[in-house]
Design a protein around this ligand. Structure first.
Ligand code: SHN
Ligand code: NAI
Length: 148
């Protein structure tokens, strides 16, 4: 894998999330209120059911579900389904992130937070997501302690 850190312009993009559990919920929140979001899943956790402005479609994933989308996040707990979503996305030129395989991603989600007019984003290039989260917390604390 070879990655370059960039900032993605999501304005006007149509975003599909497949999966309805807690990982899907976290990823949905990154897009919420900013772009059009559809979530396809066999079921949805309460947090997702309570979200406003998200279109929920209760079904098992199939390839044609990707038609018309620009970005897809594969966040089911079934690695085979997530792999299929990755392959379909490559086929249809849809940008893809697979939450269960760092190899199957056009882009990775960093651990990030906003600080003043900046965003601070940490990535391990997929090697240690938990490490990214921990480092984010440390940097956040450090910045909170700065008197600027
Ligand atoms: C490649 C990537 C793709 C992507 O998802 O974008 C990916 C992949 C995988 N994550 C896995 C596990 C966990 N991920 C987290 C947490 C986060 N994961 C995030 C990003 C990324 N995760 C991308 C690379 C980021 C980088 O470069 O560092 C964060 C930073 C951002 C976000 O997603 O929100 C978010 C912190 C949010 C915050 O800021 O708080 C936790 C901890 C937790 O949930 O608390 C665990 C449990 C780990 C444990 O317990 O040890 C597994 C194994 C799954 C399995 O075993 O089935 C895979 C699959 C694989 O490694 O191939
Ligand atoms: N990348 C990341 O940040 C992280 C990834 N993970 C991994 O992400 C996966 C998902 O985690 P959770 O949300 O906790 O799982 P979960 O079990 O809570 O939810 C999985 C969801 O996928 C849906 N689903 C399963 N097969 C489907 C199909 N064929 N079509 C449509 N929907 C389908 C289920 O109905 C359910 O809503 C796990 O495999 C976990 O290991 C876990 C932690 C962090």
């Amino acid at each position: 894998m070879d990655y370059l850190p960039v900032i993605l312009n999501i304005t006007g993009k149509k975003c599909l999330i497949v999966g309805g559990g807690k990982v899907a919920a976290r990823k949905i929140k990154y897009f919420l209120g900013r772009v059009e979001i559809t979530v396809i899943s066999k079921d949805f956790c309460r947090e997702i059911k309570e979200m406003e402005g998200v279109k929920l479609v209760r079904k098992a994933y199939e390839s044609s579900d990707l038609d018309g989308f620009d970005i897809v996040i594969a966040a089911t707990n079934d690695e085979k389904t997530n792999r299929q979503i990755f392959l379909d996305a490559r086929d249809k030129n849809v940008l893809v992130n697979n939450a269960t395989s760092k190899e199957d991603c056009d882009f990775l989600m960093p651990a990030f937070f906003n600080y003043k007019d900046f965003v601070v984003a940490i990535s391990s290039f997929g090697n240690s997501p938990k490490g990214s989260k921990n480092l984010k917390e440390k940097i956040k604390k450090y910045l909170e302690g700065l008197d600027v």
